[in-house]
Design a protein around this ligand. Structure first.
Ligand SMILES: [Zn+2]
Ligand SMILES: [Zn+2]
Length: 147
């Protein structure tokens, strides 16, 4: 079990186990995680109740593999390297585990019980949390009376 989340002081990514504390390497502030419940239901870093499930797949690696496939295909005038890259991408995607990500603070929860029950990514919820965050940071002015 591990959770990667933002340091409570400077926001740099830190990694810890549920129910323990971690010292930030950048600013040396201590951030703590709540202990894991029997089933993962809310973010252990910020207590937001909305998480989504995502394949723990490095998209940059996936794109890199396809890129290498294209370059080799062009160099060798053959489509086999590209096909092979696509197959490797697909296999990686299939065998990699899921990760639960918090909509609000983007904490990544790995290898926790109940992860399979988390719903997949929902753009509407994502936009909602983005809007709430922007408003909290003062990027969007509070609603005023019209007329
Ligand atoms: Zn920090
Ligand atoms: Zn969170």
């Amino acid at each position: 079990m591990s959770v990667v989340f933002g340091c409570s002081s400077c926001g740099a990514p830190v990694e810890s186990e549920p129910g323990s504390e971690v010292e930030c390497r950048r600013c040396h502030a201590t951030s703590s995680l709540r202990p894991a419940a029997e089933q993962l239901e809310s973010c252990l870093a910020c207590e937001c109740a909305e998480l989504y499930r995502h394949r723990d797949f490095n998209q940059k690696l996936g794109i890199f593999l396809i890129f290498v496939g294209i370059v080799l295909s062009l160099a060798l005038s053959s489509f086999w390297p590209l096909l092979l890259a696509a197959v490797v991408d697909f296999i990686l995607w299939r065998i990699l585990p899921d990760v639960a990500i918090c909509y609000a603070c983007k904490a990544h929860h790995r290898d926790l019980p109940g992860l399979k029950r988390i719903k997949p990514f929902d753009l509407e919820r994502h936009e909602h949390h983005r809007f709430v965050k922007a408003r909290e940071e003062g990027k969007i002015p509070p609603r005023t009376e019209e007329g």
